[in-house]
Design a protein around this ligand. Sequence first.
Ligand SMILES: Cc1ncc(COP(=O)(O)O)c(C=O)c1O
Length: 467
Amino acid sequence: MASQTLAPRNYDIAELKRLDVAHHLPAQQDWQLIEDMGGSTIVTHADGCTIIDGEGRRLLDGMAGLWCVNAGYGRNELAEVAARQMRELPFYNTFFKTVTPPTVSLAARIAGLTAGTLPHVFFNTSGSEANDTVLRMVRHYWKLKGEPTRTTIISRWNAYHGSTVAGVSLGGMRFMHEQGDLPIPGVAHVRQPYWFGEGFDQDPAQFAAACAQAIEDKILELGPENVAAFIGEPVQGAGGVIIPHETYWLAVAAICRKYGILLVADEVICGFGRLGQWFGHQHFGFTPDVMAMAKGLSSGYLPISATAVAPHIVEVLKTGGDFVHGFTYSGHPVAAAVAEANIDILAREGLIARTRDDSGPYLVRALATLNDHPLVGETRSLGLIGAVEIVSEPGTNRRFGGGEGMAGGQAGPIVRDACIARGLMVRAIRDTIVMSPPLIITHAEIDQLVATIRAALDASHAALLAL
Ligand SMILES: Cc1ncc(COP(=O)(O)O)c(C=O)c1O
């Protein structure tokens, strides 16, 4: 069980806000806006599924931090594991033909979770780095295999694979490509399986087939001999919780096999129970050749990520001498020890099975109660990741301010702010309210989450009509 035993410190919140504006540049933010707000909201402590800010406001954390605190906040056990490992060995590297016990143990543990399909694990610190590793690894693999023209990686528009140069390039967010002159060469994007946004008037299965076919079309356009891999999130998270039709991934996997193209699953959000299985690909029934993971691996308690790889790739990479890639903190012993203890918690408390059999289905039913709301176009969820689509006309995918599907973008932030004002932390992605709560969330907290979204929609109605 989560528990908070330490009394929170008394911070000088006004001074912290002043220093925040003066010195701190927050990630993925409009710094002028933060200054105009007088500084970011200072979150001081948390317990279970609740975060508490400097003004003492309690918010139900519908986002598990940033899709990551799967085990919930206040896990003293993880703090103790970190402290013990820091005292014993705070750091050692894997560059010098050396390794630490927690690193080896975690690699073996992750391999076991893949049922032996991906038994080799490379460690990084963030999800973005896990995908940088993917890019270098798969290109190097093809070169060693004697097919050096296989360099292009196919991804989807509106995918999110991180914020490093490779992460943004692999991702399909055009507004991110605009900053930093990206993508790098050798990345091609195809349509996403976003039925509500882009396939609304089509049969969902036919739409999914068309989205998979777009991958085959792109392979043929580029020439299969030039394609290294396809990468995708089992469920796109930051793109708006896009849950593909159940047939999509099997079709994608068949296409990759047909052309001998590596299949990469970015499980940074979907991994570690989010979809009710250890990994999202296990839900959709396909087996990737490479998998990136982060976030839920340590429930966000320390930064750590991993790239798990199939034996046939590692055997080829072993023929190439040093793989000259890796980071100071690859396999960091403290992060690795905490990650393994976190996996112990997820397993011991049955949180994955509970997400699949109990809380996930409960979230589906609870969100469905919003379907009668005039501002709701669709609710969807899988495991403990979900979305509510805000529309200007019930029964359509029309957006406030004009356009359909991917259009809009002004309504979401209004409803999100109304949720936050009512004690619920959720995120707006365009006009989609998304959620990804800790896997320990109770039925009562799910009811609270859904009731708060309803109240926020009601309170926002007039403002949305004015858009
Ligand atoms: C699917 C996916 N891949 C990669 C990343 C990047 O992870 P990080 O922010 O740890 O670099 C994210 C982050 O949200 C993600 O959702």
